[in-house]
Design a protein. Structure first.
Length: 319
């Protein structure tokens, strides 16, 4: 399918939080694109950074539109705010610690222009993991996540259908985004893109990864600067992850499924800690620390949110 292109066609939104050390490289990768500059615009929303992120954006040669917000809106609300300043037909959400290959935007634009009208979301290929078919979170899929037993896609074409794509490089038709009222603002950090992909699929559109639209992604750079730190295995803030997980489960699967997931995951984490007693001391220490902290935050979050029925006030606290 092909339709007439407007300018700008792509609207890129980047939400920053103390991302000054990576934002410059991200913007450099955008300014060096082979796609003509008239075809895309760049909006940077800063969530109250104190490290000079706003100055990095303001002084960059690409001249993004900078929205300096006074406090931390989180990922979803920050992106929704940025969308209000866009003009393009396709919205492209990029994390400030991602850097696109020089032809990424040109290839992405062509996929949206020439691809099927059934495509709602196209994600970039950040790494080999993007072709691992991680199912949408649910009670029945919990064991697959615990074991890490996922199916790997065997691409038959450049566009590969997947359950969901990473929000570090995600594009969506603006019309679909608006029909869905954007990212769900109940989430502060994590699961926003998973939720969005699920809702896009529910209204009949495809969610794909474009294997030829490539970028690198450091991951977790802003999270590591939050007081309280991240776990040693996932580069994620455990409390935020479980708060978002519970909201997602309750919203899409109900309270009983959420309760079942909390019980099952608590059992699995307890068994993991018991099994670690047979490991060497250094490995055992890491497993007990991370898994014990995860279990604590899972149970605490389940209690505080009443199994995802109550949404904590933004911005979320790590304590």
């Amino acid at each position: 399918m092909y339709h007439k292109m407007t300018n700008p066609f792509l609207s890129i939104v980047i939400v920053t939080y103390n991302s000054g050390d990576t934002l410059g490289d991200c913007l450099d990768s955008l300014s060096s694109q082979t796609l003509s500059r008239k075809h895309y615009e760049v909006i940077v929303v800063d969530n109250g950074s104190s490290d000079g992120s706003v100055q990095v954006a303001n002084h960059h040669e690409i001249s993004p539109k900078v929205i300096a917000w006074g406090n931390n809106l989180g990922f979803g609300r920050g992106n929704n705010l940025g969308v209000g300043y866009t003009k393009g037909e396709v919205l492209v959400f990029i994390n400030p610690d991602a850097a696109l290959q020089r032809d990424a935007l040109k290839r992405l634009m062509n996929h949206h222009l020439e691809g099927s009208s059934s495509i709602g979301i196209i994600g970039g290929k950040l790494d080999e993991g993007e072709l691992t078919l991680r199912p949408l979170p649910s009670f029945k899929n919990l064991l697959s996540y615990h074991r890490g037993s996922f199916t790997r896609a065997m691409p038959q074409s450049i566009l590969v259908d997947v359950p969901w794509v990473c929000g570090a490089f995600l594009s969506i038709k603006e019309s679909i985004f608006m029909v869905l009222d954007g990212f769900d603002q109940d989430y502060f950090l994590y699961y926003e893109e998973t939720d969005l992909c699920k809702r896009v699929r529910e209204i009949g559109y495809r969610v794909c990864v474009a294997t030829d639209v490539k970028a690198s992604h450091a991951g977790g750079t802003s999270a590591r600067k939050v007081s309280g730190g991240v776990d040693s295995t996932q580069n994620m803030i455990p409390r935020f992850r479980y708060l978002a997980y519970l909201i997602f489960m309750r919203k899409h699967h109900g309270v009983l499924a959420t309760l079942g997931s909390v019980i099952l995951e608590s059992i699995l984490k307890s068994l993991r800690m018991l099994a670690s007693l047979r490991r060497d001391s250094s490995t055992r220490k890491v497993i007990l620390s991370d898994t014990g902290r995860d279990l604590f935050h899972l149970l605490k979050s389940a209690f505080e949110t009443r199994l995802g029925t109550l949404v904590p006030r933004h911005p979320w606290s790590v304590k």
